[in-house]
Design a protein around this ligand. Structure first.
Ligand SMILES: [Zn+2]
Length: 275
């Protein structure tokens, strides 16, 4: 009996040591806002020289949260940070909302203010020792163009490497393969992504297909404010169907694709020997 207990204890100790080895990380947290300055100095940039900056905005999103464009890139960053060996900078939640800025709870920051603020954040990340700066952006329109320009500019000025990923666009092939159709703003794909992160943010009881509007074909018409907060890339595709299994599959495939892109680009930067 005593021997049995001893063996069990030994086994338990070995099992917990193995679990600890599997869960141990080079840093106690991947969140820049949770780490203290002493540990920061110990690991950046010697052990971690990549940072992910999530960017979003506040605007209506059909039956999901106004901050869906914040929720999504932050969740991607948290899922992949360890895999791609990156820290996560605090999210920039306010952004340049376009024609949906008239909706309740929406915010839009002027381009001049947004440019200046984001540029200072990027420069601050460089000053803190990061060499690879990855923006995971949750919101499209002019914000994408501004982020792309700023990332290139800071890369040139500071001699660092920058990458801007617009996750929903980069994942459009995953959208087609998981749902069998294209998506839209707050359409099935984006709603599913949020459903995978936190189903409580999805209010299915408020949904009807009548809330949905296809994007107008280029040059046909434009409306301000946007008549609907659910807009479809292709007419007839992307109506929300609230399938949890597809939502989970989508989240997992999209985050894996984003992680692989970061690893691949960084490997090629290293191989090319560029700053
Ligand atoms: Zn969105």
């Amino acid at each position: 009996m005593i021997r049995t207990i001893f063996l069990s204890l030994c086994f338990a100790a070995t099992a917990s040591a193995t679990a600890a080895a599997q869960t141990s990380d080079v840093v106690s947290t991947r969140e820049m806002s949770d780490i203290n300055w002493m540990e920061f100095k110990e690991v950046i940039p010697s052990k971690i020289n990549t940072v992910i900056l999530p960017t979003g905005t506040l605007e209506p999103h059909g039956v999901i949260n106004n901050g869906a464009d914040i929720t999504a890139p932050l969740a991607i960053a948290r899922r992949i940070a360890r895999d791609v060996n990156a820290m996560i900078a605090p999210v920039i939640p306010y952004g340049m909302t376009g024609s949906m800025d008239a909706y309740p709870g929406a915010f839009s920051i002027s381009e001049a203010a947004y440019r200046a603020y984001v540029k200072d954040v990027l420069t601050g990340l460089v000053k803190n020792g990061f060499r690879n700066i990855i923006i995971i952006n949750g919101h499209g329109g002019p914000q994408t163009a501004v982020l792309t320009q700023l990332a290139t500019l800071v890369g040139q000025e500071e001699r660092v490497r920058t990458l801007v990923i617009n996750w929903w666009s980069y994942a459009s092939d995953v959208t087609l393969s998981v749902f069998g159709e294209d998506g839209g703003h707050a359409g099935w794909n984006e709603t599913a992504f949020i459903q995978a992160i936190d189903p409580k943010l999805v209010h299915r009881e408020r949904y009807s297909d009548d809330m949905v509007t296809p994007n107008p074909a280029p040059g046909t018409y434009s409306a301000y404010p946007a008549p609907s907060s659910i807009t479809l890339y292709k007419e007839g595709q992307g109506y929300v169907k609230f399938d949890q299994a597809k939502a989970d599959e989508y989240f997992s495939k999209v985050t894996e694709k984003v992680a692989n892109l970061i690893k691949d680009i960084r490997r090629k930067w290293d191989r090319a020997g560029v700053n």
